[in-house]
Design a protein around this ligand. Structure first.
Ligand code: GDP
Length: 474
């Protein structure tokens, strides 16, 4: 995808001013270029002690030198700081890496990059350092994605789950399954090659079925964590529904003012819905107000209901707001129909006004309990709504605590689903005594799907998509 032979350079700290700015250089010429632009101060060990990967000298593989960065054309000093050297393969990229830790001044950092480019380095593309780490086997694809998730995290829980994957927990789990699968494949291959001729048995009766059942169960258990795992990575989706004028927007705004919810500076407005991101107990929560859907004609009404249905389908929690000051009617029934299959909490709003119906009437009509009475006007009961959100947040956090590995990424989930389908086909093949090559084909398909998670298969197009999401310098 990206060339690997040259030496790449980029500013690795965020744009703007700061106490420190880091320029990273990676590739076969990293140490040579670093020697040409960096003059260690007296007392610092001379940088030539580090050698190059072609001619390494004994000594530490990582080293820090204090000195001056100079433009060798004219020997002009640019800044003072540290040069940190990592000799490959014991570096982030697996290659020789030189980092210049200088003052975080944009013109200084740009001059350092320009100097190194003039000497033969190439400006790095987005994610190119991580791509090299992937190619050199320092991280697998799932870990590279986790690294990006960690950098992009808005909440501590997002960072925590990303770090878990970065440390290879998912990869190791899949590795164990793949080893089981490879053994099955090997035995089936042997059965194809020698079975009939030599009249040999490669499985005890029922053994292949047992092993496949076990794998299918384990993949299924991991897949089952995705519903909560997605909320860890992308945020818990909480959608507010209710008939027009029930008080959806009022509740939306009241929740944003709740002191226990921190609003992140990333408001999103989809075409039809207003969304805000909150942080509740360290977890990202995407709060969706469907009030934008105001029926003005029958067609629009139908579309609006359909969109609300779609939103509700992807929600982790539905907050249903009812107007307690007017009788329950067909519009409430329509909302109920849209959310009845989901986890919903119903709140009777406008408690500051005389009530037109009782919780018992609600229960009789919908066969569900009212979660509480609230008033967006006075703020009464809003804390109870927040508690309903907190309970959903706690459920996600509990899933994380209860499982050694949680699937958080939609791409991984899709691969795992494919793996499970292929395993189920193989299981059916074994059960119906299908010819071995057919079973083998399904086993290999399952293996390929698991390999795709960690990037051990031919995934050039996936690589392009994933590394393009990174920022430059990563
Ligand atoms: P939506 O259409 O469901 O989003 O409803 P809005 O939030 O726009 O509210 C509809 C109307 O009800 C507005 O005039 C609000 O001021 C009013 N309203 C909302 N909540 C309350 C409440 O708790 N008490 C009273 N008295 N009025 C409310």
């Amino acid at each position: 995808m990206y060339p690997l032979e040259d030496t790449i350079v980029a500013v690795s700290t965020p744009p703007g001013r700061g106490a420190i700015g880091i320029v990273r250089l990676s590739g076969p010429r990293a140490f040579e270029l670093a020697r040409r632009v960096f003059r260690p101060w007296a007392g610092s060990p001379p940088s030539r002690d580090v050698g190059t990967s072609e001619a390494p000298v004994p000594g530490p593989v990582r080293r820090v030198l204090l000195g001056t960065f100079v433009d060798p054309a004219g020997d002009e000093p640019i800044d003072t700081g540290f040069l940190v050297l990592f000799r490959g393969p014991r570096s982030f990229t697996g290659e020789d890496v030189a980092e210049f830790h200088l003052h975080g001044s944009p013109p200084v950092l740009q001059a350092v990059v320009d100097t190194l480019v003039r000497l033969g380095a190439r400006p790095a593309q987005p994610g190119e350092f991580t791509y090299r780490a992937f190619v050199h086997g320092k991280v697998d694809l799932a870990q590279a994605e986790a690294l990006n998730d960690l950098i992009q995290a808005d909440t501590l829980w997002q960072a925590r789950s990303a770090l878990h994957h970065l440390r290879g927990h998912l990869s190791r789990t899949l590795q164990a399954w793949k080893e089981d699968l490879i053994e099955l494949v090997a035995r089936y291959e042997a059965a194809v090659d020698f079975g009939e001729a030599e009249n040999m048995r490669f499985f005890e009766p029922g053994e292949a079925e047992r092993r496949l059942d076990d794998l299918i169960r384990r993949v299924g258990d991991l897949l089952a964590t995705y519903r909560q795992g997605r909320a860890l990575r992308e945020g818990l989706r909480v959608i507010i529904v209710g008939k027009p004028n029930a008080g959806k927007s009022s509740l939306f705004n009241a929740l944003l003012r709740e002191p226990r919810a921190i609003v992140t500076p990333l408001p999103g407005t989809t075409r039809d819905f207003i969304t805000e991101r909150l942080v509740v107990d360290g977890l990202a929560v995407e709060l969706v107000d469907t009030a934008g859907v105001r029926p003005t004609s029958e067609v629009v009404e139908r579309l609006g209901v359909e969109r609300t249905l779609q939103q509700a389908a992807s929600a982790d929690l539905v907050l249903w707001v009812l107007d307690g000051s007017v009788p329950l009617d067909a519009e409430d029934d329509a909302v109920y129909e849209a959310v009845r299959e989901k986890t919903f909490r119903a709140f009777r709003n406008k408690a500051d006004r005389p009530t037109a119906w009782t919780p018992e009437a609600f229960a009789a009509r919908y066969g569900a309990c009212l979660a509480g009475s609230i008033s967006c006007a006075t703020g009464a009961g809003i804390a109870d709504v927040m508690d309903a959100i907190r309970a959903a947040v706690r459920a996600v956090q509990q899933t994380w605590r209860d499982h050694a590995v949680v699937v958080t990424n939609a791409r991984h989930e899709a691969c795992l689903r494919r793996a499970r389908k292929a395993l189920q086909r193989a299981r059916y093949g074994v059960q119906t005594q299908a010819p071995e090559p057919i079973v083998l084909e399904d086993l290999r398909a399952a293996l390929r799907a698991l390999d795709e998670v960690t990037g051990e298969t031919d995934v050039e197009d996936i690589l392009g998509r994933i590394f393009a999401q990174f920022c430059i310098g990563k």
